[in-house]
Design a binder for this molecule. Structure first.
Ligand code: IMP
Ligand code: MG
Length: 181
């Protein structure tokens, strides 16, 4: 697996120390509130786990499954719900946690979907935000890192369902992506 990596963009220690800061920001906003966290499967699992361990406030955790990438590095237009929410979010403060803000289609759809369930407020937190132009100006309320517009893997992010278990964020060697393995 390490042989497939071209370069490391964000190292393990860098990620963990940024999470300390980000958790403090989030804690400030939600202290005294009844928070419901909605993790977006599967890419946010590491981020959600590491972040929530740093949030000593009462909260509930649910996951929603939404899928747009069919294995490759390009998004398809269609977004499919692969796991429904289990918790009731009516009247709740909701924090959606996703892996990456790329085109913004996923967050836009999730904001609309969760908004229709009658929450008090929906905010979004992403691990990564790509520096690129977007068809519609979609922003996240909390961002751990802004990165160049490159395809990355690791720390939950996959290429064809692989590399999620890397503890850092990396760029794959071009021949790996070209071969479509
Ligand atoms: P969107 O284009 O903002 O809707 O992002 C959709 C989804 O594409 C993200 O939640 C990721 O799962 C995936 N994605 C976008 N960019 C990358 C990347 O660089 N590496 C791995 N997955 C990505
Ligand atoms: Mg995803």
């Amino acid at each position: 697996m390490q042989d497939d990596i071209q370069s490391i963009l964000l190292g393990e220690a860098q990620i963990q120390s940024r999470l300390d800061e980000l958790a403090a920001e989030i804690q400030q906003v939600y202290t005294g509130q009844d928070l419901t966290v909605v993790g977006v499967l599967t890419g946010s699992v590491m981020f959600v786990a590491d972040l929530l361990k740093r949030l000593p406030i009462p909260l509930r955790l649910d996951n929603i499954g939404i899928s747009s990438y069919r294995g490759g590095t390009r998004a398809t237009d269609e977004l499919v719900i692969t796991k429904e929410l289990r918790l009731d979010v009516r009247g709740r403060e909701v924090l959606v946690i996703d892996d990456i803000l790329d085109s913004g289609a996923t967050l836009q759809r999730l904001r609309a979907l969760l908004g229709s369930l009658g929450p008090r407020r929906v905010r979004c937190c992403v691990f990564l935000e790509k520096e690129r132009s977007r068809p519609k100006p979609i922003t996240a309320d909390f961002v751990a890192f802004r990165i160049p517009d490159r395809f990355v893997v690791g720390y939950g992010l996959d290429y064809q369902e692989r590399y999620r278990n890397l503890p850092y964020v990396a760029v794959l060697r071009p021949e790996i992506v070209a071969a479509g393995k």
